[in-house]
Design a protein around this ligand. Structure first.
Ligand code: ATP
Ligand code: AMO
Length: 463
């Protein structure tokens, strides 16, 4: 039986459950409570010594001697509690008949699960009441991630992440995209900009791919009209921020464009509205569980995603007192502020900003036909932070060589990529999303390390 499925309807049933002993509360020689946890759910198990039920005082003593987080099997009967239960997710109890310890945890764990599962508000309330408890810091959590991951909020976060990835695949398959896998060991950097991890490849200098960019475009040259990839992306940037990782999961797409690069924006619109809907409708328990530890407002989004030009964006910022260099990029502060302004004016926290100045985009970005100082490119934001970059690409080899050179890239180092466009290449465009950022921002979490199972940041490699 699964702990999460135990409800009032199960009252009177005999069950066998396995879980971790999250809390052990002796009451007397004849009575004890053991709270068992299985993923996001907890249930209270009641031991009462009684000859009728075949429960001895030794069994009660054995239960109270268990160490927290030991793995335990319990046989018992589901019953309704006399008063509503506050400390468990399930509103039923188990009257224990038999209890077995499958594997003991060491007596003193580096992280106390109950401390690690509390919200900031609960911690403050407990402190005001004079209770002594431990605030479990981010580093401690990551140093002992195998325990930290057991908190209900973490269980929920990675279930949400899995759903986002799954919906991404499902949506692309429904739109006739072909899933691909591009190499991660490559000879040169993929696109300039972010720093790369260098390594030796059979005596040759090589690096880890900083994106599937060049290969997903070459797949389009290879005759696949629409492709997508889910895979690791490596960035050696020394960015100690709340939103940068050195390795993250990239969700990438590339597609032929028939008439206009807004066809790519339409895919993003359909994809994300489908993801948000799916999470809100089918992941209620996960979202509530995250909310209990990290309270957040549901994401505001429109059925048809708002698109604003970059110029409109900087005009909005200007009117609100923030001057942006018109042909420069938005810094993190300006992006956040624009996010707030758009939310006030249009009632959405998810929008596309398009037509960026060409100078702030990568070399492969198509300049605007009407004004080459701008580009057919866009970024997408959730709650004022970037989750997607995308664009129409240059499919003309001469222009590609010219733009690479202007951006300081030696075109001879990417000659096979550039040549791919001389064999007949259709107009195309695409985008890249960071999976961890989508989950972090959908749930308004304050740090990307919370949405990475074993995060790689500039300081963290060993665990
Ligand atoms: P990507 O690098 O993939 O485009 P990003 O969100 O990292 O996505 P960047 O273009 O690197 O975006 O940077 C956008 C803004 O983020 C920059 O203008 C800069 O203000 C800010 N930023 C980037 N790296 C850092 C950093 N290490 N510390 C503080 N701010 C940073
Ligand atoms: P970009 O470099 O903007 O674009 O990356 C695309 C998306 O990946 C995520 N992201 C990150 N997530 C975590 N840690 C990081 N250090 C990090 N850097 C980026 C963000 C970002 O929006 N080739 C282009 C995409 C394209 O045009 O198709 C690219 O890599 O969510």
């Amino acid at each position: 039986t699964e702990v999460g499925g135990l409800d009032e309807a199960a009252a009177g049933r005999s069950v066998l459950i396995r879980g971790a002993a999250q809390a052990i509360r002796p009451v007397s020689k004849k009575m004890a409570f053991v709270v068992l946890r299985e993923s996001m759910s907890t249930v209270q198990c009641v031991l009462v010594a009684s000859a009728d039920a075949g429960v001895s005082t030794q069994m009660v003593r054995f239960a109270t001697s268990l160490s927290k987080e030991s793995i335990v099997d319990v046989e018992g009967v589901v019953s309704l509690p006399k008063e509503p239960l506050k400390a468990t997710t399930q509103q039923v109890e188990i009257q224990v008949r038999k209890i077995y310890c499958i594997n003991r945890a060491i007596p003193t764990l580096p992280i106390n699960l109950e401390d690690a599962s509390r919200s900031e508000a609960e911690i403050e309330k407990a402190e005001q009441a004079g209770e002594k408890l431990v605030r479990v810091g981010q580093d401690t959590r990551l140093n002992y991630r195998a325990i930290d991951l057991r908190t209900p909020a973490n269980q929920a976060i990675f279930r949400i992440q899995c759903q986002v990835e799954n919906k991404f695949r499902e949506y692309f398959l429904s739109k006739n995209f072909v899933g691909i896998h591009s190499p991660k060991l490559i000879a040169g950097s993929s696109e300039g900009g972010a720093a790369v991890f260098k390594l030796q490849y059979n005596g040759q200098p090589a690096c880890l791919a900083q994106s599937p960019q060049l290969y997903k475009q070459m797949a389009i040259c290879g005759g696949f009209e629409r492709v997508f990839e889910v895979g690791p992306v490596f960035r050696a940037e020394n960015s100690n921020t709340h939103r940068h990782l050195c390795e993250f999961v990239g969700l990438d797409a590339e597609m032929e464009i028939k008439e206009h690069y807004f066809e790519v924006c339409d895919i993003i619109d359909g994809l994300f509205v489908a993801i948000f809907k799916h999470l809100n409708e089918n992941c209620k328990k996960e979202l509530e569980t995250i909310n209990r530890q990290y309270p957040f407002e549901p994401l505001k989004y429109l059925e048809k995603t708002l698109k604003l030009t970059y110029e409109e964006g900087i005009q909005m910022l200007k009117e609100a007192g923030t001057e942006i260099e018109p042909m420069g990029d938005l810094n993190t502060e300006a992006e956040k502020k624009l996010g707030r302004l758009v939310k006030e004016k249009y009632g959405t926290e998810f929008f596309i900003l398009y037509r960026y100045p060409l100078a702030v985009r990568p070399f492969y970005t198509m300049p605007c036909y009407d004004n080459p100082a701008y580009s057919n490119s866009f970024d997408v934001f959730i709650r004022g932070e970037e989750i997607i970059s995308g664009a129409q690409r240059i499919h003309l080899p001469e222009l590609l060589t010219k733009r690479a050179t202007e951006c300081g890239i030696d075109a001879s180092t990417i000659s096979s990529y550039i040549e791919s466009f001389s064999y007949g290449a259709p107009p195309h465009g695409g985008f890249g999303v960071g999976l961890e950022r989508v989950v972090m921002l959908f749930c308004a979490l304050n740090n990307i390390r919370k949405t990475s199972l074993f995060p790689r940041d500039p300081q963290r490699l060993l665990l």
